[in-house]
Design a protein around this ligand. Structure first.
Ligand code: NDP
Ligand code: OXD
Length: 310
């Protein structure tokens, strides 16, 4: 029985090596060279794979997303019926995201946009000292990544709030949930961090109404998915001064078109979907563990709940 890998060629090679390092006996096929479709028992795929193609494998018993996000698997036609899907929960992916959030929180908190603009104009001018204990961070999503970002910011003294679908408790974090909870959190958020999965409920959550609830001059960090932000509304909020700056790692579509206004916007930091990158050698153990579990009929780990959409 074999594992099918499908992503960019160099990443596929890294995944193959990482999986073989975990279990040298694995039979790994790199798409499109799947061999006999009946051999394939697990498919480890990323966003570009055609989900219809996966229905060719009659013995498929496990699908794995090569990342934390699974919005690429929730689009029609979805995964083959009856095949369980796992996502990654990986320490390196999580710490990479916490670093990204910390970096951009600090850039906004320490007035880096203003100081860089002053440098470009050769202006020597000290701005008022910011107070960490008064810079309130609101995180949309307190899952694997959002809660890690919160744990990174709390020891520095930032007041941290978080918004979830279900009521949650995270030590040191003031939590909110549901529609009313969102509005209450936004009214007190100086730096908004989006770490939500993209689902029908969360698409467009950062829009003219929600940005308008933020205190004037707030900042946005979006490291989740481009579909969370209504771009025209964010650009209007940046241009009016309602939002003072945005760090954007994800876009719709990707790559961000070269003529997009974000590229040259003085208040926007553009990243090429690199906030946190899956490291195959770190992520491979859980994939092999899940494969063993699937073979032995034991409960799988990190399963996606397709009813919730993440
Ligand atoms: P999790 O599934 O662990 O956490 C998701 C969080 O979002 C949970 O707290 C969940 O609430 C909350 N949530 C989901 N739907 C809603 C809703 N309708 N209203 C309020 N809260 C909601 O995901 P991860 O933390 O692992 O990842 C989050 C996303 O980050 C991924 O889906 C992916 O899109 C993106 N990502 C981006 C990367 C990059 O490099 N830019 C890298 C990795 C991931 P509850 O706790 O109640 O379930
Ligand atoms: C992910 C990503 O979802 O890299 O893991 O975007």
């Amino acid at each position: 029985m074999a594992i099918l890998l499908s992503t960019k060629l160099n990443a596929m090679e890294a995944w193959r090596d990482a999986l073989l390092a975990e279990d040298p006996g694995l039979d790994i096929r790199m798409f499109p060279d799947a061999g006999d479709p009946a051999d394939i028992e697990a498919a480890v795929v990323w966003t570009a794979h055609d989900l219809m193609e996966l229905r060719r494998y009659p013995n498929l018993k496990l699908m794995v997303s090569m990342g934390a996000g699974v919005d690429h698997l929730t689009r029609p036609p979805g995964p083959p019926p009856g095949v369980p899907v796992a996502r990654l929960k990986d320490a390196r992916l999580t710490s990479g995201m916490a670093e990204f959030v910390l970096l951009n929180v600090m850039r906004f908190h320490r007035q880096d946009l203003e100081y860089r603009a002053q440098q470009a104009a050769r202006i020597w001018n000290e701005l008022p000292a910011p107070d960490t204990t008064k810079r309130r961070i609101g995180i949309l999503g307190l899952g694997e990544l959002g809660s890690a970002a919160a744990r990174t910011l709390l020891p520095l003294g930032f007041p941290v709030m978080g918004w979830t679908r279900n009521p949650r408790q995270v030590e040191g974090v003031e939590t909110f949930h549901g529609a009313d909870g969102l509005d209450a959190m936004l009214r007190r958020t100086d730096i908004l961090v989006c770490l939500l999965p993209l689902t029908p409920d969360t698409r467009g959550v950062v829009n003219a109404r929600t940005l308008g609830l933020l205190p004037r001059g707030a900042f946005l960090i979006n490291a989740a998915r481009g579909g969370h932000v209504v771009d025209a509304d964010l650009l209007a909020a940046l241009d009016s001064g309602q939002v003072a700056g945005a760090a954007l790692d994800v876009f719709e579509p990707e790559p961000l078109p070269t003529d997009h206004p974000y590229w040259g916007h003085p208040k926007v930091l553009v990243w090429p979907h690199a906030a946190s990158i899956t490291i195959p050698s770190s992520a491979a153990p859980q994939v092999v563990e899940n494969l063993r579990r699937a073979r032995e009929g034991r409960p799988l780990i990190n399963l996606v709940d397709f009813t919730a959409g993440y």
